[in-house]
Design a protein around this ligand. Structure first.
Ligand SMILES: *Cc1c(COP(=O)(O)O)cnc(C)c1O
Length: 427
C-alpha cells in the first residue's frame, strides 16, 4: 500500500518532479519510488518488487544490503567508530589496508601504493591523470573510442560520449582518442594504428603521459578488448615510456570473473583506478593503486580532498574483501552464473531470428546487442513493467546491459532472465 495518503499526494513522485534537478536520469526510465532493497531485489514504496539487473551500474556487486557487510557497518556505528577523519590514521582504514593486502595484493603478487581520493570514480580518474602527468612531465593522455571515465573535466576529456562532452562548456583538452579493439572492424589491429601515430614524428600526436583504458567498456556498450590486444597495448606503452592506467571502476571487484578485470590478460598496469563496488554495500569509495616509484612523485597533501576518509566505506570494503575474496570460490560462482546468463541470452537470440540480436560479455557483464536501438529501449521498458530493472549502454543505447549482483541466487537470476526472455518475445 502507498505510504502516503493518495488524496494528499496523488503522484508519489510529486516532490521529485517539482524540486529535483532536470539533470536526473535513471529515475526517468525507472520512475518508481523505492523504499527498500535486499540482495538482487528492489522494493517500491507501494510494495511492487523488481529484480535488479542494473545493480547500481556496477556498485552493488555484492547485492543490496549484504548481511555480511551490513552487520559490520552497524556494529562499527554502535561502538562510536570514527565517521569522518580526513586522512588521519584510523583503525578502520588500517583494517581496510590489511584486508586489501591479504585478499587482493598478496595473492596476486602485486605491489601498489594505495591512494585514497574523494569518494567517486571520477575523483580517482582525475588523480590518476594528474599523477601520470606529474611523473612523466608530459601532458597528453590517450583514451579510446567509446571510453567512459567520469564527468569532471579531466575525466570527461577522456570520455567519448558526445552528449556528455557537449555539456562541459569549455574545450576538453589534453586527450587524444584512438580506436578501441574492434572499433575499426574485424581484422584491423588498432594497436598498430596507435603505434604508427606515436612513432611518426609528424603524425600530430605527441608522446603522451599515459593511456587510459577499460578492459571491457561498460557504458560504451560491453565492448571487450581481447587479451592479445591488451597485452600489445601494454607492450606498446611500456616500450615508449607511456604509463598504462586501467580504469577498473565498473569492471573490477569481480564483475568479469576475477577481482581485477586485467588478471586474465596478465597485465601489470602502472596505475589502477577502483570505485563503484569497492565500497562493499554501495557506499561511496574510490582508490588509486600506484606503482610505488610513481607514487613517490607525490608531495605530502599535494592532491587532497575532504572525503578521503569515509570510514564506514573502509569498514564495509574490508568486510566484503574478507568475505568474498578469501580463496577462489567466488570466482567459480561468477563463472558459473556468467555461463548461465550467456546460454540464456544465446537462446533469446536463437528464438528471435528476425530481431537482429547478438550477445557479448565476460563474467557477469553481458549484453544483448540490438541492431535497432529502439528495440533495446522497448525491451528495457517492457522488463520494467514486468518486474526487472535493466539498463542500456552503447553509443546508441543499443545494448541491453545484463548486470545482476554477483551474489544473486539461482532463483532470482532465472526469474530475471525469464522476464527478459518474455520481453524480447513480446516487443
Ligand atoms: C562509473 C564510472 C566512472 C565514474 O565514476 P563516478 O563515481 O560516476 O564518478 C569512471 N569510469 C568508469 C569505467 C565507470 O564505469
Amino acid at each position: 500500500m502507498p505510504s502516503t495518503d493518495p488524496a494528499a499526494a496523488p503522484d508519489p513522485r510529486a516532490v521529485f518532479l517539482r524540486r529535483e534537478s532536470e539533470v536526473r536520469g535513471y529515475c526517468r526510465s525507472f520512475p518508481a519510488v523505492f523504499r527498500a532493497a535486499k540482495g538482487a531485489r528492489l522494493i517500491a514504496d507501494d510494495g511492487r518488487e523488481w529484480i535488479d539487473f542494473l545493480a547500481g551500474a556496477g556498485s552493488l556487486n555484492y547485492g543490496h544490503n549484504p548481511p555480511e557487510v551490513v552487520a559490520e557497518v552497524v556494529a562499527y556505528l554502535q561502538r562510536d567508530g570514527i565517521g569522518h577523519s580526513l586522512d588521519l590514521h584510523t583503525t578502520a582504514k588500517r583494517d581496510f589496508l590489511l584486508a586489501f593486502e591479504d585478499c587482493v595484493l598478496k595473492p596476486r603478487n602485486l605491489d601498489y601504493r594505495v591512494q585514497f581520493t574523494n569518494p567517486t570514480g571520477t575523483n580517482a580518474v582525475e588523480a590518476a591523470l594528474k599523477l601520470a602527468r606529474k611523473a612523466t612531465g608530459r601532458s597528453g593522455i590517450i583514451a579510446f573510442t567509446n571510453g567512459y571515465h567520469g564527468m569532471t573535466l579531466g575525466a570527461l576529456a577522456a570520455t567519448g560520449n558526445k552528449y556528455n562532452r557537449a555539456a562541459a562548456g569549455v574545450p576538453l583538452s589534453g586527450t587524444t582518442f584512438m580506436p578501441y579493439d574492434g572499433w575499426l572492424g574485424p581484422g584491423i589491429d588498432s594497436v598498430a594504428v596507435l603505434e604508427k601515430y606515436l612513432d611518426d614524428p609528424s603524425s600530430g600526436v605527441d608522446l603522451p603521459a599515459a593511456v587510459i583504458v577499460e578492459t571491457v567498456q561498460g557504458e560504451g556498450g560491453i565492448n571487450i578488448a581481447s587479451t592479445a590486444w591488451l597485452k600489445r597495448l601494454e607492450a606498446a606503452a611500456r616500450a615508449r615510456g607511456v604509463l598504462l592506467i586501467i580504469d577498473d571502476i565498473q569492471v573490477g571487484c569481480g564483475r568479469t570473473g576475477t577481482f581485477f578485470s586485467f588478471e586474465s590478460a596478465g597485465l601489470t598496469p602502472d596505475i589502477v583506478v577502483l570505485s563503484k563496488s569497492i565500497g562493499g554495500c554501495g557506499l561511496p569509495f574510490a582508490v588509486l593503486l600506484n606503482r610505488p616509484d610513481l607514487d613517490a612523485r607525490w608531495k605530502p597533501a599535494e592532491h587532497n580532498g575532504t572525503f578521503r576518509g569515509n570510514n564506514l566505506a573502509f569498514v564495509a570494503a574490508a568486510a566484503a574483501l574478507r568475505h568474498w575474496w578469501t580463496g577462489r570460490a567466488f570466482e567459480s560462482e561468477i563463472a558459473a552464473k556468467g555461463d548461465t546468463v550467456r546460454a540464456r541470452l544465446n537462446a533469446i537470440v536463437a528464438a528471435n531470428p528476425g530481431k537482429k540480436l547478438t550477445v557479448r560479455g565476460r563474467g557477469l557483464m553481458n549484453g544483448l546487442v540490438c541492431a535497432d536501438p529502439d528495440l533495446a529501449a522497448r525491451i528495457s521498458a517492457k522488463c520494467y513493467q514486468d518486474g526487472l530493472i535493466i539498463e542500456r549502454a552503447g553509443p546508441h543505447d543499443e545494448v541491453v546491459k545484463c548486470m545482476p549482483p554477483l551474489t544473486i541466487d539461482a532463483a532470482d537470476l532465472n526469474r530475471g532472465l525469464d522476464i527478459l526472455t518474455a520481453a524480447v518475445a513480446a516487443v
